[in-house]
Design a binder for this molecule. Sequence first.
Ligand SMILES: CC(C)=CCC[C@@H](C)[C@H]1CC[C@H]2C3=C(CC[C@]12C)[C@@]1(C)CC[C@H](O)C[C@@H]1CC3
Ligand SMILES: C[S@@+](CC[C@H](N)C(=O)[O-])C[C@H]1O[C@@H](n2cnc3c(N)ncnc32)[C@H](O)[C@@H]1O
Length: 382
Amino acid sequence: MDSETNELRQRQATFSKELHGQNVGEKSGMTALLSKNNNAQQEAVNKYLKFWDGKTDKDAEDRRLEDYNESTHSYYNVVTDFYEYGWGSSFHFCRFYKGENFQAAVARHEHYLAHMAGIKEGDLVLDVGCGVGGPAREIARFTNCNIIGLNNNDYQIEKAKWYAKNSGLQDHLQFVKGDFMNLEFEPNTFDKVYAIEATCHAPNLEKCYNEIYKVLKPGGVFAVYEWVMTDKYDESNEEHRKICYEIELGDGIPKMFTVDVARDALKNCGFEVLVDDDLADNVDPVPWYYPLTGEWKYVQTLSDIGTFFRTSFFGRKLTNLMVSTLEKVGLAPEGSVKVTAALEEAAVGLVAGGRSKLFTPMMLFVARKPLDAESTTTTTTA
Ligand SMILES: CC(C)=CCC[C@@H](C)[C@H]1CC[C@H]2C3=C(CC[C@]12C)[C@@]1(C)CC[C@H](O)C[C@@H]1CC3
Ligand SMILES: C[S@@+](CC[C@H](N)C(=O)[O-])C[C@H]1O[C@@H](n2cnc3c(N)ncnc32)[C@H](O)[C@@H]1O
């Protein structure tokens, strides 16, 4: 590891301990938020929002792309507790069947990816951008495989380790710090690699996918639920660009890429693309974005009412009011309200993107590294 990366890692790890404290697994959601270090929280919020100045010109975009590691690390430092409070420990969307509750739908979405990747017992699997390990725990149980979760957020790694230990899955799961733009594993290490709504944070998809290609064994399979702008998206259309900017700002994404860019990136790396399917492009009676719409007609089971209340428009307003009151009286760390405002932009942009079909969070690609692939690959520059 070069000295610059080592210094960045040390700084992020030290900052994470200052912001989140010790024994991070024992608290989650609002109790975790209220125990943050006040000064560190303000620094994290400022680092996340540093280049989000409303500008969408190329220079502004380039600044965000250049700053991707620190801004994404900061984004997840400040949103992870909100994600766990309002969504759970799998940080992704999913399709819903009539009568299916939220957690079952989330798990099925993870099972489906494991199935499409052909993950089987004993496989060594890499989870790229593993969050707090929700999908890794589910897929390890579903397939009895062994998963290494890679993440550039220290707080989430500590939580993932805590959850794995408390789920009795520590023999199947490891979680390590790393940047998917520069994977430090040996070439040809993994039988399978998957990524669930994570590589969209990459400043250059082809370089990210090339890192994944490199660490896959020849014949190994990469499966991804990718966030992309669809073929309907027109960057020169102001309304389209506004929706895209809301998604970028609210979700800590330096630049949203189109489906063509993702598809070409896979092919340019040398992958054989086996599946290329937008799962959101189905006529589902319950749309993937329903939890963010506030439309109660979509709630499928009693157990969903709690989750849906928090994710709904009214529930988000109530959370914003609660957090702003707690911040005013000094119980919530300063900057928390800015986070809820950014998350509101995310919700608005994601629903608009889903309704208009300009955006999908579940562009499924399944790609295989050819059996006769060179043992190492050249890496493209970012
Ligand atoms: C950021 C990426 C690539 C994926 C994350 C997808 C989703 C899990 C999140 C996107 C927007 C998030 C929001 C919330 C939970 C997680 C998301 C749906 C909240 C509902 C959490 C509670 C807050 O009060 C409101 C948030 C709105 C956005
Ligand atoms: C929306 S979360 C999804 C997490 C997990 N896949 C899930 O479905 O629960 C995106 C994840 O990608 C991670 N991430 C973002 N940029 C990264 C990078 N450059 N290297 C490694 N992980 C990264 C974030 O820290 C976060 O854990």
